[in-house]
Design a protein around this ligand. Structure first.
Ligand SMILES: *Cc1c(COP(=O)(O)O)cnc(C)c1O
Length: 427
């Protein structure tokens, strides 16, 4: 869904004002109906022999968001043992969680992992070492495993988000497969699922090619596999000039490929996908206040200084990503008509603390409707990789309040951190 710049998604501007007055700024505001809509859309994409949609929880791990997504029929993709623990503590059954991690669990983590696998956690083996460490346990307990294959080709919105080429090391590389399979047959292990995630927000063409490639792997190397996961990475447009992935058409492509595979081999494969961004990115907003306006000399720029910045959304600094802005007046009206160009910055002592940067870190100008001190600037596209990824305590900022807009009401789903909480573990 491409949103018109005249509305703040599905959230009325009076609700933005109400959230700011009730919980103070800065805060994250999430739109529950948007997330529900995305869950339904993904569960409805074409598939041949069944579909599981896992939500990649690293995108946004707030327990209320996790519950909302699982209540809407999705399962969970966790990228660390702590994420598994977090999801379980949110009341999500381990049977609905798969762990795909770079971690190599040792000592207590290792016993925890085995115990969680016994209770239903799915383990997606991502390296030869991980496989060797879990082999005896899995073989003795007849635990089926999943394997993440490094296909040697990937695609991402930037090279830092490409997870499939030789510059990233996620999964068991193709060239190690023969050796791994020998080991697996010696140990009497079973790979019931083959998985690959080639990057975030990449080229849909690469996504399609990945489907074909994966099915070839399954045919060639994995006679026990009953399920294939094509990973996440579905592109989501945050700005009007960006394009989202066409999930239905990707589903159709996968459907056809899995059906052709069935005709050829007699094997009916279940399909999994694990998007994060696509589900939550455009559900989330940062609500911040304009605290200062500055001009850097006659040939300089007009700066809008907000009480939120890189500590709440570091994506512009990290990737040169663009996010849409909305200006809401002190009275709660959405301001229209962008007249002048502004640079939007936060309050950190860091010249890179801007929400308008290119991928080299240069400041970009953005037309905005005349922001005044005390107005609210709402930053869109902040539901994924903002709250979970940003350096929130930099400059001793407090980890921000999170609010959910659901059934017309505003509900706190995480309180603002206190200064005492920042320092409580220091000696
Ligand atoms: C991060 C990740 C995803 C989700 O990626 P998005 O770009 O947010 O959809 C899915 N699977 C794995 C293994 C990941 O690491």
């Amino acid at each position: 869904m491409i949103r018109s710049p005249s509305e703040i998604g599905g959230i009325p501007s009076e609700k933005v004002l109400e959230a700011a007055e009730k919980f103070d700024t800065p805060l994250y505001l999430y739109d529950a109906p948007f997330i529900e809509e995305r869950c339904n859309e993904l569960l409805g994409i074409p598939n041949a022999f069944g579909l599981t949609v896992r939500y990649a929880m690293k995108a946004n791990s707030n327990r209320s968001i996790l519950r909302l997504i699982v209540d809407n029929g999705l399962q969970i993709d966790a990228s660390s043992l702590n994420e598994v623990r977090r999801a379980e503590s949110a009341g999500i059954s381990l049977e609905k969680i798969m762990l795909t991690t770079q971690e190599v669990p040792e000592n207590k983590d290792r016993t925890d992992l085995e115990e969680m696998i016994t209770r239903g956690l799915k383990y997606n083996v991502c390296s030869v070492r991980q496989l060797e460490l879990i082999a005896d346990f899995a073989s003795q307990n007849k635990i089926p495993l999943s394997i993440r294959v490094h296909p040697g080709v990937g695609s991402g919105e930037s090279s830092t988000r490409n997870t499939g080429d030789k510059y990233s090391c996620f999964g068991v590389h193709l060239t190690d497969l023969e050796e791994v399979l020998e080991y697996v047959s010696k140990k009497k292990l079973m790979f019931k699922q083959v998985h690959s995630h080639v990057g975030s927000g990449g080229d849909p063409k690469i996504w399609r090619e990945n489907i074909d490639r994966m099915l070839n792997f399954v045919d060639e190397y994995f006679p026990d596999a009953e399920s294939v996961s094509f990973g996440g990475g579905l592109k989501e447009a945050r700005m009007l000039d960006e394009e989202s992935a066409e999930v239905n058409s990707l589903g159709e492509y996968a459907h056809q490929a899995i059906e052709d595979f069935s005709k050829k081999t007699g094997r009916n494969l279940h399909m999994e996908i694990e998007p994060g961004t696509y589900i939550v990115a455009n559900s989330g907003y940062i609500v911040s206040k304009v605290v200062d306006l500055k001009q850097t000399g006659p040939d300089g720029f007009r700066f809008v200084v907000l009480d939120a910045g890189m500590e709440m959304n570091t994506r512009p600094l990290l990737y040169g990503s663009s996010h849409p802005f909305y200006v809401v007046s002190k009275q709660g009206d959405l301001k229209q008509n962008s007249k002048e160009d502004f640079v939007v910055v936060g309050s950190c002592c860091e010249s890179g603390d801007s929400q308008t940067l290119d991928s080299e870190g240069n400041l970009l100008l953005r037309p905005m409707p005349d922001p005044e001190i005390g107005d609210y600037v709402v930053i869109g596209g902040c539901g994924a990789y903002c709250s979970t990824m940003s350096p929130f305590n930099y400059n001793s900022h407090l980890q921000a309040q999170e609010v959910l807009f659901s059934k017309g009401d505003l509900r706190s789903i995480r309180k603002r951190q206190t200064l005492g909480q920042i320092t409580e573990n220091e000696d």
